[in-house]
Design a protein around this ligand. Sequence first.
Ligand code: ADP
Ligand code: MG
Length: 315
Amino acid sequence: PETARLIAAGEVVSRPLDVVRELLDNALDAGASRIEVEVEGGGLALVRVRDNGGGIPAPEVALAPRRHATSKLESVDRVTTLGFRGEALWAAAQAGHLRLITRPPDQVGATLLSAHGDEVQTSRVSAPAGTSVSVSDLFAHLPARLRTQQPAAAELREITALLTRYVLHWPDLHWKLSVDGEVRLLHAPADHRGAVASVYGPLNANRVLPVQAEGLGGVLSRPELTRPRRDRMHFAVNGRPVIAPPELEKAVIEGYAELLPAGQAPLCVLNLTLPPEDVNPNVHPAKAVVALADLGGLCARLTAAVRAALSAHPL
Ligand code: ADP
Ligand code: MG
């Protein structure tokens, strides 16, 4: 049972990047307007995410690291939050050492929770409103898992890229990323163009156009700012940065028609808002790939919106 549990936990948290994603999702679900991420040792030594969101009321804190404990899910067919399985904190406590300090704004004292495996301790402390969650010494007691980790530098690149995507898709928040004590990314609330400036620099930001349509918002680059790779095409579905189905990328590129040289791709940040029942985030453990109903109709709307944005802002 011990082994089975560790394997199950390893499917939720298999690497530091998973911890970062899960903690970010929790902070966003908590309605935070300020999110700070600290990473040490490529994320294996420490991942800490602080938010100023709603916090967890004292009587409920001890439940948070229990398996399948979630305060969110109303129905599996209608997921309106980023988290819903109630497994992330549980898995983090199995795979490493979880520490959580949390206080709802209207509660006087904060709660400190420390969890390692199924050992959970809580105490009262004082802390600002919101939640700070840290996961340290990930896989320290799981040598087999530790051996399969990629080098810290490579993991860090992916963590930074993930954070970058959250900034692009959630530009109206305060964001901060520190790596081994050094600030790597800072963003103050802005629109999508401002987020492009924070991530890709002001030059790129000056060359993006707003795109707006029913259920769709974001920016895309003027045709001269294209590249042969699609690594700057970013899609989020109901706030979740996703690996877009290739059809969505194609639909955007199609909107440029002959404005885009063959084989080139634009920079774009597109937030899609779809009815929750049309989105199935359950096809992938990290929810990075989602299944969308009526992909064809969505693609047609996307192409039309891109075309409209480009003709509204002629060169
Ligand atoms: P899920 O997000 O799927 O509900 P998690 O294991 O990630 O499961 O979190 C368990 C519960 O702990 C959440 O449902 C939520 O009630 C609470 N929680 C976790 N992180 C935070 C946070 N940053 N702010 C407020 N509540 C949180
Ligand atoms: Mg969660």
